[in-house]
Design a protein around this ligand. Structure first.
Ligand code: ZN
Length: 229
């Protein structure tokens, strides 16, 4: 019997969008390109294994929070030099990211992150636990708007490009020390804002984790100031 991917109840099961409706509606289109299916193009991708209580109440609380971040931050183009103070609730954002990655992992084809780690984190996603079951890092960066070249302008393109697309992806690490320390690494971007989520093995020592964190934070070309609530 099929059960809810979150609370394991028998349902009734409902359809949940991988990228919540408010994100696809905001950009005005719902085309979804899936590289795990050779770049095939779809309409909104959904999973159909979430009960109405989880979908409509417990998970929608997280969507509502990220919708408020969308209004305050993600909907706005970012121009250089970057001058943003990103104030956010760490746990609401991290729970939402984990939910989005878990939904994506269930919808995709081919190799991806193990579902086990997501399933172990379901109590945290649902707010039944205060912390994720593994040490985690969430890093945020922005892609600034870029000015079109003369050639691009001559072709009738806009004079300034703003990122206006949302993406998911897996992150891979080179080097056995880092690869061994990281058990889950995912990427998600919403327009100009990008998030890297890293889950560490719980055997890694704090100084090694700090060093890896420092290295990861150096990947951002444009940084935002953050204030965690
Ligand atoms: Zn449920």
């Amino acid at each position: 019997m099929r059960v809810c991917a979150y609370c394991k109840s028998p349902g009734p099961l409902t359809r949940e969008e991988i990228f919540p409706k408010f994100l696809s509606e905001k950009v005005g289109y719902t085309t979804f390109v899936d590289q795990t299916r050779d770049g095939a193009v779809f309409g909104p991708v959904t999973v159909r294994d979430v009960c109405s209580q989880c979908n409509g109440v417990r998970l929608s609380e997280l969507d509502n929070y990220v919708a408020s971040l969308y209004r305050d931050y993600f909907s706005k183009p970012v121009d250089a030099p970057v001058d943003i103070l990103f104030q956010y609730n760490y746990h609401l954002l991290t729970r939402w990211l984990l939910k989005a990655f878990y939904n994506s992992a269930r919808a995709r084809r081919g190799n991806g992150p193990s579902r086990d780690l997501f399933e172990k984190n379901v109590p945290y996603i649902l707010g039944e636990r205060d912390d994720p079951c593994i040490p985690t890092l969430v890093s945020v960066g922005v892609t600034t708007s870029s000015v079109a070249s003369e050639t691009e302008k001559a072709l009738g393109m806009p004079s300034v490009f703003h990122p206006f697309v949302h993406k998911f992806g897996d992150l891979g690490f080179c080097g056995s020390r880092v690869a061994d320390a990281v058990v889950l690494s995912q990427f998600l971007s919403i327009n100009s804002f990008s998030f890297i989520f890293v889950g560490f093995s719980d055997v890694i020592e704090a100084p090694d984790r700090a060093e890896i964190t420092k290295g990861l934070n150096e990947v951002w070309l444009s940084k935002v100031a953050v204030k965690r609530a």
